[in-house]
Design a protein around this ligand. Structure first.
Ligand SMILES: [Zn+2]
Length: 357
């Protein structure tokens, strides 16, 4: 009886609050097909990893759809059978997607800092129920590094002995942060990175004007570039870069004050963008300082040159590393406003350093 009720619930519930189907991106198709040709030996625990903004989640979900597809087996999902249809609707009873969101009793969706153990318990239960459509059971976790410690622990047993016919796909950007016990039980699959041509063609197809600098700013990640393609965002970014280009006039306190009114989620999002900008900016300063070309902000060459000349490289590297560390803790910022203020004070100090020594 319990089993029957669960199935009905699964049919009623969509995969995730913001689910929208997306076919594999052009730069993913060849790798996906090659992998699916060996579907007979598809690993039960697969870690799909790679940089942000290249479509890892989409890749994993497309692989899931192909594993669940009910048409004669070939190297991709048919896109036409009932199973493919249900996956695209986000309503396939044998597919579960775990993301850090929660539905509140009011029906509202809340973003969570971490994937809680409850979500993993639901996944384990789901994996143990017999496949509804007798093809397979697939669970996808995105992003896996956001599982809290209890969740990671709960997952271990299932990773060790996955039920027959079930597949787990763990999607991760910073996969090195996953516990060794989780890593050692997964086969790894590096999500394909698009070539510059592929990424630019994609962005043009999405109607992005002036895609080149935008793509460079995001280190070649087309989905991040698409996300940032917002004229208002771009203007804000320009203001930011201008402020960074004049460290002696930069007022960390004044910048931080402009954050006073934002919501917690907004401030966290902005903090993430600012840290990314600073990471790219300091990487460029190091490259220009070493006689190379700017990678993230090639259009700012003239601004970067005098700054790079005024900076001591060891301090710059030190600061850059501290930014990378900050990015790692982004999901638990104490006070985004204070973090920004501190980061900017440190940034400014890079240029006063020699005088104060
Ligand atoms: Zn199909």
């Amino acid at each position: 009886m319990a089993r029957a009720r669960k199935t009905v619930e699964a049919e009623e519930e969509t995969l995730t609050p913001f689910f929208e189907w997306q076919d594999a991106y052009p730069w993913q198709r060849v790798a996906l097909q090659a992998r699916l040709r060996q579907r007979a030996s598809w690993p039960q625990a697969l870690l799909v990893h790679g940089a942000a903004g290249i479509g890892k989640r989409v890749l994993a979900l497309n692989a899931a759809r192909a594993l669940l597809c009910e048409a004669a087996a070939h190297d991709e999902a048919c896109g036409a059978c009932e199973s493919c249809h249900y996956v695209a609707m986000g309503q396939h009873p044998d597919l579960m997607l775990i993301e850090p969101f929660e539905r509140e009793p009011s029906g509202e969706t809340k973003a969570l800092d971490a994937i809680p153990v409850d979500a993993i318990r639901r996944l384990i239960e789901f994996m143990q129920i017999t496949s509804h459509r007798q093809r397979a059971k697939v669970a996808v976790i995105v992003p896996t590094e956001r599982m809290n410690a209890a969740a990671a622990n709960a997952l271990l047993k299932t990773l060790e002995e996955p039920p027959a016919g079930s597949f787990l796909m763990l999607v991760a950007q910073q996969w090195q942060r996953l516990p060794a016990t989780v890593l050692s039980r997964c086969q790894r699959w590096a999500a394909p990175y698009p070539s510059t041509e592929e990424a630019l063609a994609f962005l043009r197809g999405e109607g992005v004007d002036g895609a080149e600098p935008l793509l460079a700013q995001t280190g070649g990640a087309p989905l991040t570039a698409l996300e940032r393609f917002d004229p208002e965002q771009q203007a804000l970014r320009q203001d930011w870069l201008k402020a960074l280009a004049q460290p002696h006039r930069l007022s960390p306190y004044a910048v931080a004050q402009t954050w006073a009114g934002g919501s917690r989620d907004d401030n966290k999002l902005r903090l993430g963008q600012i840290i990314e900008t600073l990471i790219g900016w300091t990487a460029d300063l190091a490259r220009v300082g070493g006689g190379g070309a700017a990678r993230y902000h090639p259009e700012c060459r003239e601004m970067l040159q005098p700054l790079a000349a005024a900076i001591a490289l060891p301090e710059l590297f030190h600061y850059h590393r501290s930014l990378l560390r900050q990015r790692r803790w982004l999901n638990h910022p104490l006070q985004p406003r204070l973090v920004v203020e501190a980061l900017l004070i440190e940034y400014r100090a890079l240029f006063f350093h020699r005088r104060s020594q």
